[in-house]
Design a protein around this ligand. Sequence first.
Ligand code: FES
Length: 117
Amino acid sequence: MTPKFFATRAHLLVCQGPNCQARGSGLLQRALWNHLEQSALAYYKKGGSLRLTESGCLGACSYGPALCVYRAQPGGNGALEQAWYAAVDFPLARRIAQAAHEEGPLPGDHRYGPHEG
Ligand code: FES
């Protein structure tokens, strides 16, 4: 039996470390999951493209909830693009997900860590 392959455009990770959990990352993860489901953005939905995973500490413990996203650079040569966000609320998480799905520019606010520009 061959496993079914689902195309993925981007992978979002929401920190579930203790500091981020104390700042609501559990609720953020559930809200974002529900949004991906209901908006058919989840990779296993028809036309969907996003994966969402809980992660361990992303190194921004004092500024959580933290979220990072990885994707192939749109229109690029297959290079990996990454963006890391601190103090993420649901509206920002939704904007990040939408931009990742549409292969548009990722939001520039609340970014930290390695990124260009
Ligand atoms: S606990 Fe979330 S960044 Fe460290």
